[in-house]
Design a protein around this ligand. Structure first.
Ligand code: PLP
Length: 378
Protein backbone atom coordinates (compact mmCIF):
# COMPACT_ATOMS: atom_id res chain seq x y z
CA UNK A 1 0.00 0.00 0.00
CA UNK A 2 1.32 3.45 -0.82
CA UNK A 3 0.57 6.46 1.37
CA UNK A 4 0.16 10.01 0.11
CA UNK A 5 1.71 11.10 3.41
CA UNK A 6 4.27 8.47 4.44
CA UNK A 7 5.62 8.19 7.96
CA UNK A 8 9.11 9.09 6.77
CA UNK A 9 10.69 10.24 3.52
CA UNK A 10 14.40 10.74 2.73
CA UNK A 11 15.13 14.48 2.45
CA UNK A 12 18.18 16.24 1.03
CA UNK A 13 19.96 19.12 2.76
CA UNK A 14 21.68 20.39 -0.42
CA UNK A 15 25.18 19.12 -1.20
CA UNK A 16 24.69 15.35 -0.96
CA UNK A 17 25.14 14.52 -4.69
CA UNK A 18 28.04 16.94 -5.06
CA UNK A 19 29.92 15.46 -2.10
CA UNK A 20 29.27 11.86 -3.18
CA UNK A 21 30.69 12.74 -6.63
CA UNK A 22 33.72 14.25 -4.85
CA UNK A 23 34.13 11.16 -2.70
CA UNK A 24 34.19 8.99 -5.83
CA UNK A 25 36.65 11.35 -7.53
CA UNK A 26 38.84 11.26 -4.39
CA UNK A 27 39.39 7.57 -5.08
CA UNK A 28 38.70 6.69 -1.44
CA UNK A 29 35.39 4.88 -1.15
CA UNK A 30 36.21 2.73 1.88
CA UNK A 31 36.12 3.94 5.48
CA UNK A 32 38.03 6.78 7.16
CA UNK A 33 38.47 8.87 4.02
CA UNK A 34 38.35 12.68 3.75
CA UNK A 35 34.57 12.96 4.30
CA UNK A 36 34.68 10.73 7.37
CA UNK A 37 37.36 13.03 8.80
CA UNK A 38 35.20 16.09 8.06
CA UNK A 39 32.23 14.50 9.87
CA UNK A 40 34.44 13.59 12.84
CA UNK A 41 35.82 17.13 13.10
CA UNK A 42 32.42 18.77 12.78
CA UNK A 43 30.84 16.56 15.44
CA UNK A 44 33.82 16.81 17.80
CA UNK A 45 33.78 20.61 17.58
CA UNK A 46 30.03 20.96 17.89
CA UNK A 47 29.61 18.49 20.75
CA UNK A 48 32.98 19.41 22.31
CA UNK A 49 33.70 15.69 22.57
CA UNK A 50 37.27 14.36 22.70
CA UNK A 51 36.52 11.81 19.95
CA UNK A 52 33.64 10.97 17.62
CA UNK A 53 33.89 7.94 15.36
CA UNK A 54 31.42 7.25 12.57
CA UNK A 55 30.00 3.75 12.61
CA UNK A 56 27.77 1.74 10.30
CA UNK A 57 24.81 2.18 12.69
CA UNK A 58 23.84 3.19 16.19
CA UNK A 59 23.45 -0.53 16.84
CA UNK A 60 27.15 -0.98 16.04
CA UNK A 61 28.15 2.02 18.16
CA UNK A 62 26.34 0.35 21.08
CA UNK A 63 28.12 -2.94 20.33
CA UNK A 64 31.45 -1.08 20.38
CA UNK A 65 30.50 0.41 23.77
CA UNK A 66 29.78 -3.07 25.16
CA UNK A 67 33.17 -4.30 23.91
CA UNK A 68 35.00 -1.25 25.28
CA UNK A 69 33.50 -1.72 28.73
CA UNK A 70 34.43 -5.44 28.63
CA UNK A 71 30.84 -6.41 29.36
CA UNK A 72 30.49 -10.13 29.74
CA UNK A 73 28.90 -12.99 31.66
CA UNK A 74 28.34 -12.04 35.28
CA UNK A 75 27.78 -8.37 34.45
CA UNK A 76 24.43 -6.63 34.63
CA UNK A 77 23.38 -3.70 32.46
CA UNK A 78 20.42 -1.48 33.35
CA UNK A 79 18.32 -0.13 30.48
CA UNK A 80 14.72 0.93 29.92
CA UNK A 81 12.32 -1.75 28.73
CA UNK A 82 10.77 0.92 26.52
CA UNK A 83 13.49 1.06 23.85
CA UNK A 84 14.62 -0.41 20.54
CA UNK A 85 16.11 -3.93 20.59
CA UNK A 86 19.60 -2.65 19.76
CA UNK A 87 19.98 -1.05 23.20
CA UNK A 88 19.60 -4.54 24.69
CA UNK A 89 21.19 -6.70 21.97
CA UNK A 90 24.54 -4.91 22.13
CA UNK A 91 25.09 -6.01 25.74
CA UNK A 92 23.32 -9.38 25.47
CA UNK A 93 25.69 -10.26 22.60
CA UNK A 94 28.59 -10.00 25.05
CA UNK A 95 26.81 -12.32 27.52
CA UNK A 96 25.82 -9.60 29.99
CA UNK A 97 22.48 -9.92 31.78
CA UNK A 98 19.88 -7.23 31.36
CA UNK A 99 17.97 -5.39 34.05
CA UNK A 100 14.92 -3.72 32.56
CA UNK A 101 13.81 -0.49 34.15
CA UNK A 102 10.46 1.19 33.84
CA UNK A 103 10.12 4.69 32.39
CA UNK A 104 8.70 7.98 33.65
CA UNK A 105 5.09 8.69 32.75
CA UNK A 106 5.86 12.16 31.40
CA UNK A 107 8.97 11.85 29.17
CA UNK A 108 8.95 8.03 28.76
CA UNK A 109 12.62 8.12 29.79
CA UNK A 110 14.32 5.76 32.24
CA UNK A 111 12.73 6.40 35.65
CA UNK A 112 15.63 7.77 37.67
CA UNK A 113 13.68 7.38 40.93
CA UNK A 114 13.73 3.58 40.47
CA UNK A 115 17.32 3.38 39.24
CA UNK A 116 19.16 2.94 42.51
CA UNK A 117 16.98 -0.02 43.54
CA UNK A 118 18.14 -1.87 40.38
CA UNK A 119 21.87 -1.52 41.05
CA UNK A 120 23.77 -4.52 42.44
CA UNK A 121 27.47 -5.32 42.87
CA UNK A 122 27.31 -6.81 39.33
CA UNK A 123 26.06 -3.66 37.62
CA UNK A 124 28.50 -2.67 34.88
CA UNK A 125 26.60 0.02 33.04
CA UNK A 126 23.46 2.11 32.89
CA UNK A 127 22.11 2.84 29.41
CA UNK A 128 19.74 5.80 29.43
CA UNK A 129 17.82 6.38 26.19
CA UNK A 130 16.90 9.99 25.47
CA UNK A 131 13.49 9.08 24.09
CA UNK A 132 12.20 11.30 21.29
CA UNK A 133 15.30 13.48 21.74
CA UNK A 134 14.20 14.71 25.18
CA UNK A 135 16.95 14.23 27.75
CA UNK A 136 16.72 11.85 30.68
CA UNK A 137 17.13 13.34 34.18
CA UNK A 138 20.91 13.28 33.86
CA UNK A 139 21.82 15.05 37.14
CA UNK A 140 20.29 12.21 39.13
CA UNK A 141 21.46 9.43 36.80
CA UNK A 142 25.06 10.71 36.76
CA UNK A 143 25.11 11.14 40.53
CA UNK A 144 23.88 7.59 41.11
CA UNK A 145 26.33 6.18 38.55
CA UNK A 146 29.24 8.08 40.11
CA UNK A 147 28.40 6.94 43.62
CA UNK A 148 28.21 3.29 42.53
CA UNK A 149 31.14 3.59 40.08
CA UNK A 150 29.05 2.36 37.19
CA UNK A 151 29.59 3.46 33.58
CA UNK A 152 26.96 5.38 31.63
CA UNK A 153 26.46 4.63 27.94
CA UNK A 154 23.91 7.03 26.46
CA UNK A 155 21.71 5.68 23.71
CA UNK A 156 21.29 9.01 21.96
CA UNK A 157 19.81 7.58 18.74
CA UNK A 158 17.02 10.19 18.83
CA UNK A 159 18.82 13.04 20.49
CA UNK A 160 21.56 14.56 18.36
CA UNK A 161 21.80 18.28 19.29
CA UNK A 162 19.36 17.99 22.20
CA UNK A 163 20.54 19.52 25.45
CA UNK A 164 20.07 18.97 29.17
CA UNK A 165 20.74 22.07 31.28
CA UNK A 166 22.56 23.54 28.29
CA UNK A 167 24.88 20.54 27.68
CA UNK A 168 24.47 18.28 24.66
CA UNK A 169 23.01 14.83 25.23
CA UNK A 170 25.59 12.27 24.20
CA UNK A 171 28.28 14.06 26.23
CA UNK A 172 27.34 12.84 29.72
CA UNK A 173 28.30 9.15 29.62
CA UNK A 174 31.82 7.81 29.08
CA UNK A 175 30.37 6.65 25.74
CA UNK A 176 27.31 7.56 23.68
CA UNK A 177 25.74 6.17 20.52
CA UNK A 178 24.17 8.26 17.73
CA UNK A 179 22.03 7.11 14.82
CA UNK A 180 21.95 8.39 11.25
CA UNK A 181 19.31 5.88 10.14
CA UNK A 182 16.89 7.23 7.53
CA UNK A 183 14.24 8.11 10.10
CA UNK A 184 16.59 10.38 12.05
CA UNK A 185 16.93 14.19 11.79
CA UNK A 186 20.36 13.91 10.17
CA UNK A 187 20.82 10.80 8.09
CA UNK A 188 22.86 8.83 5.58
CA UNK A 189 20.38 5.98 5.20
CA UNK A 190 22.13 3.67 7.63
CA UNK A 191 24.81 5.06 9.90
CA UNK A 192 25.80 5.99 13.41
CA UNK A 193 28.56 7.34 15.59
CA UNK A 194 30.27 6.48 18.83
CA UNK A 195 30.95 9.54 20.97
CA UNK A 196 33.95 8.82 23.20
CA UNK A 197 33.82 11.23 26.13
CA UNK A 198 36.35 9.38 28.28
CA UNK A 199 39.68 10.05 26.56
CA UNK A 200 41.11 6.85 28.12
CA UNK A 201 38.87 4.81 25.81
CA UNK A 202 39.93 6.45 22.52
CA UNK A 203 42.87 4.22 21.55
CA UNK A 204 40.91 1.02 22.14
CA UNK A 205 37.86 2.44 20.37
CA UNK A 206 40.01 2.94 17.25
CA UNK A 207 41.20 -0.66 17.50
CA UNK A 208 37.75 -2.19 18.12
CA UNK A 209 36.35 -0.26 15.14
CA UNK A 210 39.12 -1.55 12.86
CA UNK A 211 38.47 -5.29 13.32
CA UNK A 212 40.56 -5.44 16.50
CA UNK A 213 43.72 -4.33 14.69
CA UNK A 214 46.07 -1.42 15.41
CA UNK A 215 45.63 -0.22 11.82
CA UNK A 216 45.08 3.41 12.82
CA UNK A 217 48.40 3.41 14.75
CA UNK A 218 50.02 2.11 11.57
CA UNK A 219 48.55 4.98 9.53
CA UNK A 220 49.80 7.43 12.14
CA UNK A 221 53.29 5.93 11.74
CA UNK A 222 53.36 4.66 15.34
CA UNK A 223 53.95 1.01 14.36
CA UNK A 224 55.62 -0.37 11.22
CA UNK A 225 52.99 -3.05 10.58
CA UNK A 226 49.53 -3.63 11.88
CA UNK A 227 48.18 -6.77 13.46
CA UNK A 228 45.37 -8.29 15.51
CA UNK A 229 45.57 -6.91 19.06
CA UNK A 230 42.01 -7.03 20.49
CA UNK A 231 38.44 -8.10 19.83
CA UNK A 232 36.74 -5.98 17.23
CA UNK A 233 34.74 -5.87 14.06
CA UNK A 234 34.25 -3.74 10.96
CA UNK A 235 32.34 -0.76 12.26
CA UNK A 236 33.44 1.98 9.88
CA UNK A 237 31.15 3.20 7.10
CA UNK A 238 32.14 3.90 3.51
CA UNK A 239 33.34 7.43 2.76
CA UNK A 240 30.48 7.63 0.21
CA UNK A 241 28.03 7.50 3.10
CA UNK A 242 30.13 9.96 5.06
CA UNK A 243 29.93 12.34 2.07
CA UNK A 244 26.13 12.18 2.18
CA UNK A 245 26.19 12.59 5.95
CA UNK A 246 28.53 15.58 5.83
CA UNK A 247 26.08 17.46 3.60
CA UNK A 248 23.34 16.73 6.14
CA UNK A 249 25.51 17.76 9.09
CA UNK A 250 26.38 21.02 7.36
CA UNK A 251 22.65 21.64 6.97
CA UNK A 252 21.92 20.82 10.62
CA UNK A 253 20.66 24.26 11.62
CA UNK A 254 18.20 24.39 8.72
CA UNK A 255 17.10 20.82 9.46
CA UNK A 256 16.53 21.57 13.14
CA UNK A 257 14.57 24.74 12.28
CA UNK A 258 12.31 22.79 9.92
CA UNK A 259 11.70 20.09 12.50
CA UNK A 260 10.98 22.61 15.23
CA UNK A 261 8.34 24.19 12.99
CA UNK A 262 6.77 20.78 12.29
CA UNK A 263 6.74 19.82 15.96
CA UNK A 264 5.26 23.16 17.08
CA UNK A 265 2.58 22.96 14.38
CA UNK A 266 1.43 19.56 15.59
CA UNK A 267 1.42 20.70 19.22
CA UNK A 268 -0.47 23.89 18.53
CA UNK A 269 -3.10 22.24 16.34
CA UNK A 270 -3.63 19.07 18.35
CA UNK A 271 -3.60 20.34 21.94
CA UNK A 272 -7.32 21.18 22.19
CA UNK A 273 -8.32 17.93 20.50
CA UNK A 274 -6.07 15.92 22.83
CA UNK A 275 -7.59 17.57 25.90
CA UNK A 276 -11.10 16.76 24.69
CA UNK A 277 -10.25 13.16 23.87
CA UNK A 278 -8.26 12.31 26.98
CA UNK A 279 -5.18 11.89 24.80
CA UNK A 280 -1.86 13.47 25.61
CA UNK A 281 1.01 15.09 23.73
CA UNK A 282 4.77 14.84 24.44
CA UNK A 283 6.11 16.49 27.61
CA UNK A 284 9.38 18.45 27.47
CA UNK A 285 10.71 19.45 30.93
CA UNK A 286 12.04 22.99 31.32
CA UNK A 287 15.67 21.82 31.65
CA UNK A 288 15.53 20.02 28.28
CA UNK A 289 16.03 21.54 24.84
CA UNK A 290 14.65 18.76 22.71
CA UNK A 291 15.97 17.52 19.36
CA UNK A 292 12.54 17.70 17.64
CA UNK A 293 12.94 14.09 16.59
CA UNK A 294 9.35 12.84 16.76
CA UNK A 295 5.80 13.76 17.56
CA UNK A 296 3.65 11.21 19.33
CA UNK A 297 0.18 10.96 20.79
CA UNK A 298 -0.76 8.80 23.76
CA UNK A 299 -4.35 7.70 23.21
CA UNK A 300 -6.75 6.66 25.99
CA UNK A 301 -6.64 2.94 25.05
CA UNK A 302 -5.15 0.32 22.73
CA UNK A 303 -8.48 0.09 20.85
CA UNK A 304 -8.50 3.83 20.33
CA UNK A 305 -4.88 3.82 19.08
CA UNK A 306 -5.53 0.99 16.62
CA UNK A 307 -8.70 2.70 15.39
CA UNK A 308 -6.80 5.96 14.79
CA UNK A 309 -4.03 4.15 12.88
CA UNK A 310 -6.69 2.53 10.65
CA UNK A 311 -8.57 5.79 10.25
CA UNK A 312 -5.39 7.62 9.14
CA UNK A 313 -4.52 4.74 6.81
CA UNK A 314 -7.87 5.19 5.06
CA UNK A 315 -6.87 8.81 4.44
CA UNK A 316 -3.52 7.72 2.95
CA UNK A 317 -1.54 8.71 6.06
CA UNK A 318 0.91 6.32 7.69
CA UNK A 319 1.26 6.51 11.45
CA UNK A 320 3.20 3.94 13.45
CA UNK A 321 3.63 2.65 16.99
CA UNK A 322 6.57 1.42 19.04
CA UNK A 323 8.10 -0.06 21.21
CA UNK A 324 6.94 -3.52 22.23
CA UNK A 325 8.24 -3.77 25.85
CA UNK A 326 11.53 -5.65 25.89
CA UNK A 327 10.98 -7.19 29.32
CA UNK A 328 7.97 -9.06 27.91
CA UNK A 329 9.69 -10.25 24.72
CA UNK A 330 10.97 -13.79 24.31
CA UNK A 331 14.63 -12.75 24.21
CA UNK A 332 14.13 -10.13 26.91
CA UNK A 333 12.96 -12.80 29.31
CA UNK A 334 15.94 -15.03 28.40
CA UNK A 335 18.49 -12.24 28.83
CA UNK A 336 17.04 -10.66 31.98
CA UNK A 337 19.03 -10.94 35.19
CA UNK A 338 15.74 -11.12 37.06
CA UNK A 339 12.10 -10.25 36.59
CA UNK A 340 11.29 -6.57 36.92
CA UNK A 341 7.97 -4.74 36.78
CA UNK A 342 7.48 -2.03 34.22
CA UNK A 343 3.82 -0.99 34.43
CA UNK A 344 4.27 2.41 32.76
CA UNK A 345 6.08 0.80 29.81
CA UNK A 346 3.32 -1.80 29.40
CA UNK A 347 0.67 0.89 29.57
CA UNK A 348 2.13 3.47 27.15
CA UNK A 349 3.47 1.01 24.59
CA UNK A 350 -0.07 -0.01 23.62
CA UNK A 351 -1.36 3.56 23.51
CA UNK A 352 1.41 5.48 21.73
CA UNK A 353 1.18 6.53 18.09
CA UNK A 354 3.78 8.46 16.05
CA UNK A 355 2.66 10.90 13.39
CA UNK A 356 4.45 11.45 10.04
CA UNK A 357 7.61 13.49 10.66
CA UNK A 358 10.33 14.25 8.12
CA UNK A 359 12.34 17.34 7.27
CA UNK A 360 10.37 18.23 4.11
CA UNK A 361 6.90 17.60 5.55
CA UNK A 362 4.95 20.64 4.34
CA UNK A 363 2.43 22.66 6.29
CA UNK A 364 -0.25 21.60 3.76
CA UNK A 365 0.55 17.94 4.43
CA UNK A 366 0.53 18.56 8.15
CA UNK A 367 -2.81 20.33 7.88
CA UNK A 368 -4.18 17.15 6.26
CA UNK A 369 -2.78 15.02 9.08
CA UNK A 370 -4.23 17.35 11.71
CA UNK A 371 -7.63 17.42 9.98
CA UNK A 372 -7.68 13.64 9.78
CA UNK A 373 -6.74 13.27 13.45
CA UNK A 374 -9.18 15.87 14.76
CA UNK A 375 -12.25 14.42 13.02
CA UNK A 376 -11.44 11.16 14.80
CA UNK A 377 -13.40 10.61 17.98
CA UNK A 378 -15.79 13.46 17.16
C1 PLP B 1 16.60 4.08 20.94
C2 PLP B 1 17.25 3.47 19.74
N1 PLP B 1 18.48 2.95 19.87
C3 PLP B 1 19.12 2.39 18.82
C4 PLP B 1 18.54 2.35 17.57
C5 PLP B 1 19.27 1.69 16.44
O1 PLP B 1 19.71 2.63 15.50
P1 PLP B 1 20.35 2.14 14.12
O2 PLP B 1 19.21 1.84 13.19
O3 PLP B 1 21.16 3.33 13.66
O4 PLP B 1 21.20 0.98 14.40
C6 PLP B 1 17.26 2.89 17.39
C7 PLP B 1 16.62 2.83 16.07
O5 PLP B 1 15.83 3.64 15.70
C8 PLP B 1 16.58 3.45 18.50
O6 PLP B 1 15.34 3.94 18.39
Amino acid sequence: MTFSIPFNRPCLAGNEYKYIAEAIANGHASGDGPFTRLCHELLEQELRAPKVLLTTSCTHALEMAALLLDCGPGDEVILPSFTFVSTANAFALRGAQLVFSDVREDTLNLDETKLESLITSRTKAIVPVHYAGVACEMDTICEIARRHQVAIVEDNAHGLFARYRGKYTGTFGCLAAQSFHETKNVTCGEGGALVVNDANLIERALIVREKGTNRSQFFRGQVDKYTWVDLGSSYLPSDLLAAFLFAQLEGRQEIQKKRQRIWEYYRQHLEAWANQQGARLPVVPAECEQAYHMFYLILPSLECRQALISHLKEQGILSVFHYVPLHLSEMGRKCAARETHCPVTEDVSVRLLRLPFYNDLTEAEQARVVAAVTVFGG
